[in-house]
Design a protein around this ligand. Structure first.
Ligand SMILES: C[S@@+](CC[C@H](N)C(=O)[O-])C[C@H]1O[C@@H](n2cnc3c(N)ncnc32)[C@H](O)[C@@H]1O
Length: 242
């Protein structure tokens, strides 16, 4: 089963499963606020934001809570996750598109014709094969408007032994047993644990953002049990917004 199929299989339980992760929504909103802050100077009246790997729309909702006037295009490789997102009610201007981020520049969906004022991607880059990650960021850099911000939000534990142990305990004592009881695929949670353990360090992600031609790259860590496990990265495409 491919990763997209595994996400599709668990799509109907996804929102419930994230509730087993205290702080998941709070941290998504905090990351969305960082994006809003980056847009603060000369904000477009109705900024166009791409929410990459939008899944069932939890990140889309976090963006809209912070930027209710935004037009959001959620993009995801899993038809099942998108179908779940589409069952929810959304303000005018929120649209969803099926597609892989690696192929965004070749995606002919009309929703992707206009260049975005900002890009947000929560829990996405780790799921992109390692050898394509910098190329994906380069492609996003090309597609953003000049001066537009990019915010990434994802787990990384490789720089802290304490974070690795904490992550392993939370996965095996809470997330995997409760998720399996709730009927989701255990293999998806094992994948979650392993992909985080193996994920790029924050320094590697910052290096990839720089190599992609983005400026002002920075990282901050989350609060609560997510501290030093979950991180939000910011970067800006060079140029001025007009
Ligand atoms: C953990 S979910 C995160 C969903 C949402 N952003 C959130 O914060 O709740 C990761 C999503 O990324 C999508 N995804 C994984 N690899 C992808 C790729 N290469 N291109 C587009 N979407 C991808 C998956 O289908 C899944 O819906």
């Amino acid at each position: 089963m491919s990763l997209s199929d595994s996400f599709s299989f668990s799509a109907r339980r996804y929102d419930f499963l994230t509730r087993l992760n205290p702080g998941y929504r709070r941290e998504l909103r905090a990351a969305a606020r960082q994006l809003a802050e980056a847009l603060r100077e000369q904000p477009p009246e109705r900024p166009l934001i791409w929410d990459l790997g939008c899944g069932t729309g939890l990140s889309t909702r976090a963006l809209l809570k912070t930027l209710p006037q935004a037009r959001i295009v959620g993009i995801d490789a899993s038809a099942g996750m998108l179908a779940e997102a589409r069952t929810k009610s959304w303000p005018d201007g929120t649209r969803f598109v099926l597609g892989r981020v690696e192929q965004l520049e070749h995606n002919s969906a009309p929703e992707l014709v206009e260049a975005p004022d900002a890009i947000f991607a929560a829990y996405l880059l780790r799921n992109v094969p390692r050898q394509h990650r910098t190329d994906v960021l380069k492609s996003l850099q090309r597609q953003l408007k000049p001066g537009a911000p990019l915010v990434l939000h994802d787990y990384s534990v490789s720089e802290s032994r304490f974070a690795q142990v904490k992550w392993t305990i939370v996965c095996f004592a809470i997330i995997i047993p409760l998720g399996t009881l709730a009927g989701a695929k255990t293999s998806l949670f094992i994948y979650l644990w392993r992909s985080v353990m193996d994920n790029d360090s924050t320094q590697t992600v910052l290096g990839r953002l720089g190599a992609a031609g983005l400026h002002n790259v920075a990282v901050s860590t989350a609060r609560g049990w997510h501290r030093r496990i979950l991180h939000t990265y910011q970067a800006v495409k060079p140029g001025s917004r007009s």
